[in-house]
Design a protein around this ligand. Structure first.
Ligand SMILES: [Cu+2]
Length: 518
């Protein structure tokens, strides 16, 4: 009886902790008015474009770009619904696994990552990431059930939405038109004390309900850095967090001291006066949180943390790893929250364009799915049709390997291969010898097919590939007409009467190379 009385007293004796009572509201942001609405510009410069928030910079196409990263206010998912993002603009490479990998490349060239991620704040992991799968406005929805899986993993996780655009400039931007998520803002819980400055990182810790465990048994911080640590308590019992000097016995010894000196310890919110205590929260009552600000020790090591509420120290503990290099977090939720067939891109009533890295065609490939099933990949670096394939059911590519590899793997063609250019092939020669094509960009015509623009020597080159007869026609326009321009035929190709592989055909202003695919 006496014991339970003291526990209740202790709860009422708490100092001012912040209540974080979860509502079922939806946080939503609309950027059509040219305001950032509390989003922080972490990298690059913000601009507003096409009804959304985007990077302001307009660098030269394919030149080095400033990586743009805009970050929403921090929030906890509240289970009241799903998540919805509306994006315009282009498509880029998949996002890496963490925000710090994005920021490690403040400049990107030849195509950077593009998309929106749900970032777990404590370890910086992109637990869900959203990329556009088409080049027009697209709304990506995540159902409540998907977000509930994240909540089940930890009630006490805090997230941001990160808008990443490493591929703006001439390639087009990635304007974020609106975003909404069933979540509760938590930024107001964080108020660094005067003179502390802005914490380099925010760590969030919670409890596993009914288990007497912290939701994380490991945390990471770099030596000497300034961090905030918030203990959320959505459990029914009071908890605290005590960070200790590296010492295997300290958690047991502090816990036992509290148990043996309850009368004294109640007055001190169960924090023993011990030189091994580096930092601690208040005793945090159910439904509240407490945030502390810590200057991380300069000495690398494993610093134990423990809850010293009587009896909790045996189970409720973990280690803060102080290391110069933060590890890549284990991200167990990588699946983009879209229908299962999203990876296999199929042509319906309009040609489809998928950009990515394709084996044999290079990292700057543009795959085009035509309405006839004759598909091709254009290698923009070399100004060539690098591959053709035939897909009777209209499938174009499978992007799943690229998703799974976070951009490190190739996308796969779907269908039967017909033509593959050799590694160094550059069939169009304007007569200047070893002149490299300079890609100026592509535009999509009213018919949905792209035309590719180049400067090659003194000429501009325009290439448009469209389905024709038993395959594809690559229509070339050269201005001014270079004297002595030639085109060397590959397999299954023809120009006029010439069909033999390796034939060098002299070409003029307009000429067509036919690729047989059927
Ligand atoms: Cu506890």
């Amino acid at each position: 009886m006496m014991k339970s009385m003291t526990v209740i007293l202790a709860i009422f004796a708490l100092t001012a902790a912040s209540s974080f009572a979860a509502d079922k509201k939806t946080l939503s942001w609309e950027f059509g008015d040219g305001q950032t609405h509390g989003w922080q510009i972490v990298s690059g410069e913000v601009g507003f474009y096409d009804g959304g928030m985007a990077s302001t910079t307009y660098e030269t196409r394919d030149a080095e770009q400033t990586t743009f990263l805009a970050r929403s206010p921090m929030f906890r998912l509240n289970g009241g619904g799903g998540l919805e993002i509306t994006l315009k603009g282009g498509m880029g490479k998949p996002l890496p696994a963490t925000a710090r990998e994005v920021l490690a490349n403040p400049h990107t060239s030849n195509g950077g990552p593009m998309g929106v991620a749900l970032r777990r704040v404590t370890d910086d992991a992109y637990v869900l990431f959203f990329e556009k799968s088409k080049t027009h406005q697209q709304t990506i929805k995540v159902a409540k059930e998907e977000l509930d899986k994240l909540i089940a993993r930890s009630h006490d996780e805090v997230y941001t939405l990160d808008l990443v655009d490493g591929l703006h400039g001439g390639w087009g931007h990635l304007p974020l038109v609106r975003a909404s998520v069933a979540a509760t803002s938590v930024g107001q819980l964080l108020k660094p004390p005067a003179g502390f400055g802005a914490p380099a990182r925010h760590l969030f810790l919670g409890s596993k309900h009914g288990k007497l465990e912290f939701d994380k048994k490991e945390l990471w911080a770099t030596p000497g850095s300034k961090i905030s640590l918030t203990l959320f308590n959505s459990d029914e019992m009071a908890h605290n967090f005590i960070l200790c000097q590296p010492d295997d016995k300290v958690a047991n010894e502090l816990g036992e001291y509290v148990m043996g000196n309850l009368a004294e310890m109640i007055k001190r919110a169960y924090v023993p006066s011990d030189p091994r205590v580096i930092a601690h929260t208040d005793l945090v009552a159910p439904g509240t949180s407490d945030t502390i600000y810590i200057t991380v020790p300069n000495t690398p090591g494993d610093y134990p943390y423990v809850c010293t509420f009587p009896g909790h120290h045996l189970l409720m503990r973990g280690l803060l790893h102080v290391t110069a290099e933060l590890p890549r977090p284990k991200v167990d939720v990588l699946k983009p929250p879209m229908p299962g067939d999203v990876f296999r891109i199929t042509v319906k009533d309009r040609p489809i364009i998928v950009r990515g890295s394709l084996n044999g065609s290079g990292p700057a490939s543009i795959c085009v799915g035509t309405l006839s099933g004759s598909q091709f990949a254009f290698d923009t670096a070399r100004c060539i049709v690098a591959k053709t394939w035939m897909s009777p059911n209209g499938e174009l590519v499978n992007t799943k390997p690229a998703w799974d590899g976070r951009g490190g793997n190739f996308i796969q063609i779907m269908g039967q291969g017909r033509f593959s250019a050799t590694k160094d092939a550059q069939p169009l020669d304007v007569g200047g010898g070893d002149v490299s094509p300079d890609f100026l960009g592509y535009e999509i015509g009213d018919d949905g097919y792209p035309s590719f623009h180049y400067k090659l020597g003194a000429s501009t080159v325009l290439v448009k590939v469209v389905p024709s007869g038993d395959g594809l026609d690559a229509n070339f326009t050269l201005k001014p007409t270079p004297s002595g321009a030639t085109y060397t035929l590959g397999e299954t190709q023809s120009i006029g009467e010439a069909t033999e592989r390796g034939t060098v055909v002299k070409v003029g202003t307009n000429f067509t190379v036919h690729f047989k695919t059927k």
